[in-house]
Design a protein around this ligand. Structure first.
Ligand SMILES: [Zn+2]
Length: 225
């Protein structure tokens, strides 16, 4: 099957997928946010990066800024009355419910594109503490061991650039069987991560942090310089 061309495609009526193709060959990266509707910093980070004309230097960059519009509008984890989209993978294209159908559309995209990197942007009310499970803010979570080398490298870079010790990042192994990240990594063997900022920081700072993480992840896999 031919890959989708440069431009905006719809995974669902209000779920745009932005496809950007560099002239130089390279890997494909797929970045997605808003799978949980109350975790808004990643959504706004991807929208701002698109407004700032983020483009791949090599390969392909695929961006889905708002994966779950109904949940985002409600500022709730799931759409009111709906399912947790991040527990609905790999989904079912024939399901009556919206979430398994959308998950299946996303999996079809992943199977076609075989991205080298899939990142999903989240936020966490709980600050990361290795002695508290679960706690995520702020971590690069992976669900299939071992920890991908690029994730540790990005965490090291983020910690070098952090404004204060409060902003420290860590990698975190936390498998969730039906989450987008783990199902996708199992299916195609890419680098997969769930990026979690801590909601205790001001919204603008969280948006900045997500933008930095996205740029560093894209650079680490060779899609950005
Ligand atoms: Zn989440």
């Amino acid at each position: 099957m031919a890959l989708r061309g440069e431009g905006i495609h719809l995974l669902a009526p209000t779920v745009p997928l932005y496809v950007m193709q560099a002239s130089a060959p390279g890997p494909t990266a797929l970045i997605q946010a808003g799978i949980h509707g109350d975790e808004i910093a990643g959504v706004h980070a991807l929208q701002e990066l698109l407004e700032e004309s983020l483009r791949p230097a090599a390969g392909r960059l695929l961006v889905v800024p708002v994966m779950n519009p109904g949940a985002y509008r409600a500022r709730q984890r799931a759409e009111p009355g709906g399912l947790d989209l991040n527990r609905a993978f790999p989904g079912d294209a024939t399901a009556e419910r919206y979430e398994p159908r959308l998950a299946a559309a996303f999996m079809a995209l992943v199977e076609e594109e075989r991205p080298a990197l899939v990142a999903t942007l989240h936020e966490s009310k709980k600050r990361y503490d290795p002695s508290v499970t679960p706690s995520f803010g702020q971590t690069l979570v992976y669900g299939v061991e071992p920890c991908p080398v690029v994730l540790q490298r990005v965490v090291d870079e983020l910690n070098e650039a952090r404004r204060s010790d409060e902003e420290r990042w860590a990698t975190l192994y936390y498998p969730v069987a039906t989450s987008s990240t783990e199902v996708i990594v199992d299916a195609i063997g890419c680098v997969g991560t769930c990026v979690e900022t801590w909601m205790g920081f001001p919204e603008q700072r969280r948006v900045q942090m997500h933008k930095q993480v996205v740029k560093r992840l894209l650079a680490a896999v060779g899609v950005l310089d």
